[in-house]
Design a protein around this ligand. Structure first.
Ligand code: SAH
Ligand code: SF4
Length: 380
């Protein structure tokens, strides 16, 4: 058994090492140059990490022993430790991950069955977190309930996907697929407000997109924001080519103010033009997300106001039945009411989907699994 001192020593060692998943050919080459190691080693190392997906430098058999040792003492190759995994039927799998400082985050795999084909041929999406907790405090959301702890680093954001890749490799009997080949989409809709951790997120997305790393197409990545206007405008200029989803949840300031504090800073008069600017620069449809909460935003007036906004923006509307959060008063409207709301938009020519509920039984809405885990740990 490890003594307390050994355990502390191991923890300290991990915390001192930076996650390797933030390195690029340029940063790694510069570090290697300081050691007098030739530049070609950088690509060899990245190849081991992303293409051959080894878990530790010990397995990098074409590198000199001294270089492997340096890698081992300098970098953390497993900054995200998958803990629990919860599944809801064949549709959703939620992976609780522990970071080196003990923080918990969530990564979700969603399989959306396609019409007429079995789960085998379903579309597979991975949903990643960007922060531990969230400072935005939307009234209906579990992520913000215990406040904000910290931003994820670039390496931890990419590390979530690497942990998922490793789990998938293991499930395929060690057979390694190219990059994230088994996934169709990445959505940045887990815990946290992505735009509030913009720099780290952008570095992570560049890496996820880079051919020498995960090589995942930008157009298959969607960032969801609660409406941080300056960052929407910045992202429009960054030309990464990722898609944008805006969490609207209220089609008038009165309703939005009630449930999303961010609306007081960036009300609809600021948000809608920013969305318009983004769509114009990217030349593609953005998505408006609208959680249906009983008695709050599920009225016909809201449906009509939402129609106007969607029309102005040429946006697709994704209606999401609210996932009940323990301890919060909000409820999901009945199916008939959900369908009637959707129909109001549809008959007015709006492209709309009413999302089939996914993973309700495993607390699929962002932040809920972590909240439960933390409360269980904290409770006597
Ligand atoms: N902070 C970003 C991204 C993370 S939240 C954002 O707000 O867009 C991802 C999505 O889950 C958002 O649309 C959010 O409003 C929604 N969400 C949060 N709690 C929910 C719940 N209990 N039920 C359904 N959707 C929820
Ligand atoms: Fe934060 Fe998004 Fe939850 Fe709002 S909905 S509290 S922005 S994670």
């Amino acid at each position: 058994m490890l003594s307390l001192r050994d355990t502390f020593g191991t923890l300290k060692k991990h915390m001192e090492r930076a996650p390797v998943f933030a390195e690029t050919p340029e940063t790694l080459t510069a570090r290697l140059a300081e050691l007098g190691t030739p530049a070609f080693r950088a690509m060899q190392i990245l190849d081991w990490i992303y293409k051959k997906r080894v878990h530790s430098p010990a397995a990098m058999s074409n590198l000199p022993q001294s270089l492997r040792e340096w890698l081992d003492t300098t970098f953390d190759f497993a900054p995200n430790e998958p803990l629990a995994r919860e599944a809801s039927g064949d549709v959703t799998q939620k992976i609780l991950q522990r970071l080196r400082d003990g923080s918990l985050i969530e990564t979700v795999i969603i399989r959306a069955p396609q019409e007429g084909v079995g789960v085998e041929r379903s579309r597979k999406t991975v949903c990643i977190s960007t922060q531990v907790g969230c400072a935005y405090g939307c009234r209906f959301c579990a992520s913000g309930l215990e406040g904000f702890r910290r931003n994820l680093t670039t390496g931890e954001i990419v590390g979530q996907l690497m942990a998922v890749c490793r789990m998938e490799d293991a499930a395929a009997g060690g057979h390694i697929r190219d990059g994230l080949a088994s996934f169709d989409n990445i959505v940045v809709m887990g815990m946290g407000e992505p735009m509030a951790n913009y720099e780290n997120l952008l570095s992570a997305l560049k890496l996820i997109n880079a051919p020498w790393a995960l090589g995942f197409g930008a157009r298959r990545i969607t960032i969801s924001t609660s409406g941080v206007v300056p960052k929407i405008l910045e992202l429009a200029d960054d030309l990464l080519g990722v898609r944008l989803a805006v969490s609207l949840h209220g089609a008038t300031n009165a309703v939005r103010d009630q449930i999303m504090p961010v609306n007081r800073k960036y009300p609809l008069e600021a948000l809608i033009p920013a969305c318009k600017a983004f769509a114009a620069k990217h030349g593609r449809m953005l998505t408006l997300e609208f959680i249906l909460i009983e008695g709050v935003n599920d009225t016909l007036e809201q449906a009509h106001a939402l129609t106007e906004i969607a029309r102005t923006l040429h946006a697709h509307v994704n209606l999401i039945p609210y996932n009940v959060v323990e301890g919060l008063p909000w409820k999901r409207p009945g199916l008939t009411r959900q369908q009637r709301f959707a129909q109001e938009l549809k008959v007015r020519g709006i492209s709309v989907t009413l999302r089939r509920e996914k993973g309700h039984d495993i607390d699929a809405a962002c932040g809920q699994l972590r909240l439960k885990a933390e409360r269980e740990t904290l409770s006597p």
